[in-house]
Design a protein around this ligand. Structure first.
Ligand code: DC
Length: 216
């Protein structure tokens, strides 16, 4: 069997893992999957149909219909969809359906970078590299505010911070596959680190692992 290379990136909302995942996938020429989009697609389907987010059987149907090749980031990136995604993500049956699709993706040569909340712990526990990317809630809120303002929007810092804290609580506190670093994950705290520095730090971890593999 050909070995596929897997990089698992987990962390809370807004820690910069999406940007890091994209940079690493480009650099190492791997496929890229933002698994948050799969949960967002389920939430979006329910919102569009006007169904409550705790309708588990509708959420399961929506999860089965998720096509990884057709995830539309422009539609799914809305803030309300992220909030709703964190609510449908508590259902074990929904997770099982999406995790199966994510594993299929990871198995496709030459391998992939996957980012999410449970990649190193549940989706790809045998990943070659596991990174846990984090930053303080205040720093993440400041970054989000700057992002909103950079596109001409306005927002309230205290509300953004409260939102982030609520989402962290839900993602870390759920019973099935809560957000937490895998025991063998490399921790990257980006609170005081620009994305370029985080990319360089991640590259040095990955290049070390690759060098050992090539020697073996
Ligand atoms: O990374 P994101 O903001 O797009 O994720 C949206 C929500 O989806 C997140 O709050 C929790 C859920 N999620 C998850 O439970 N497991 C993943 N692997 C990815 C996302």
């Amino acid at each position: 069997m050909t070995h596929v290379f897997t990089i698992a990136i987990d962390g809370p909302a807004g820690a910069g893992k999406g940007t890091l995942a994209r940079r690493l996938a480009d650099h190492y020429r791997l496929n890229l999957l933002d698994t948050g989009l799969t949960y967002r697609a389920v939430a979006h389907a329910l919102l569009r149909l006007g169904l409550p987010l705790d309708n588990v059987s509708a959420a399961e149907t929506a999860a089965r219909q998720v096509d990884l090749a057709k995830l539309d980031r422009a539609v799914l990136s809305a803030h309300a969809v992220g909030e709703a995604a964190s609510k449908v993500a508590v259902f074990p049956t929904v997770r099982r359906i999406l995790v199966e699709k994510q594993r299929d993706f990871a198995r496709t040569p030459p391998g992939a970078v996957l980012d999410g909340r449970d990649i190193g712990t549940v989706v790809c526990p045998d990943a070659d590299i596991k990174l846990y990317v984090t930053a303080s809630a205040e720093v993440r809120a400041k970054r989000r505010l700057a992002e909103i303002e950079s596109i001409g929007g306005t927002a309230n810092f205290a509300e953004i911070l409260a939102d982030i804290q609520r989402r962290d609580e839900r993602d870390m506190g759920r019973a099935d596959s809560p957000l937490k670093p895998a025991a063998d994950a490399h921790l990257l705290d980006t609170s005081e680190m620009a994305i370029e520095a985080a990319f360089l730090a991640a590259m040095s971890v990955i290049d070390d692992v690759l060098a050992k593999k090539n020697k073996a």
